[in-house]
Write a protein that binds this ligand. Structure first.
Ligand SMILES: [Zn+2]
Length: 235
């Protein structure tokens, strides 16, 4: 009986993993087509289990315009490859079925620890990270934050009115992801579902993958708005 329950649980989880991979491929393709995840840049993840924390994330070094179901990996809160079931085989997207238990051929995105820190800190269900031109350039031209107010599009971040002021934090970039994951939660503003890494890109999250995608789009609108505003001021 117990093994039957375990088998059912594993099948359900495998179905969920497959659906999540399809969802991530759709988001990735959409972002790639808009030039927000060019080359192998950026990484996307969706929560699979809250406790213990497990999320599916893009593997390192894959072209974001050509992701397949083999390009995702299930990891735990330490960014280590997780098992789909505590006593079952590892269930991750890897190159071939024969390699299912050989995890040496794939590794999670280098920025997995930052995703983990965000999941733990804000209780998000999805975390999307893209390297857009606007977010990268604007972060280089700003100090430790960017402020927006009075824009109708701010409501897309879950705010009730345009009549607000929001602050998007900017953190100095680093190749030490452990360090970034440790300090990032200190900068997160509870009302703003995103943060910028200087000269690098934006992290946005949401209570669902749809919401996280919307937040990326709203942030990108805001950054483009500010870029054009700055250009106008120089005319
Ligand atoms: Zn990045």
């Amino acid at each position: 009986m117990t093994s039957q329950i375990n088998t059912t649980r594993k099948i359900n989880k495998d179905v969920k993993l497959d659906q999540t991979k399809s969802e991530l491929i759709k988001v990735s393709t959409s972002f790639y087509q808009r030039g927000w995840m060019l080359g192998t840049s950026g990484n996307l993840s969706i929560l699979i289990e809250e406790n213990p924390l497990q999320f599916l994330i893009t593997v390192s070094g894959k072209d974001k315009g050509e992701l397949t179901e083999d390009d995702f990996i299930l990891v735990n809160e330490s960014g280590v490859i997780a098992r789909s079931n505590s006593d079952e085989a590892i269930s991750i997207g890897i190159a071939s079925p024969s390699a299912r238990n050989d995890t040496s051929s794939v590794k999670p995105s280098a920025e997995t620890l930052l995703h983990s820190a965000i999941y733990k800190h804000v209780g998000a269900k999805a975390v999307f990270h893209v390297h857009t031109t606007n977010s990268t350039l604007l972060s280089m031209k700003s100090g430790d934050k960017i402020i927006f107010s009075d824009l109708e599009m701010l409501k897309g971040l879950g705010l009730k009115t345009h009549d607000v002021k929001i602050t998007i934090p900017i953190i100095e970039n680093s190749q030490d992801m452990k360090y970034l994951a440790t300090i990032a939660p200190n900068y997160i503003n509870e009302d703003v579902p995103g943060l910028l890494l200087k000269g690098h890109g934006i992290y946005a999250w949401g209570k669902s993958p749809q919401e996280a995608k919307r937040h990326v789009e709203i942030f990108e609108f805001l950054f483009e708005y500010r870029m054009k505003e700055l250009a106008l001021e120089k005319m």
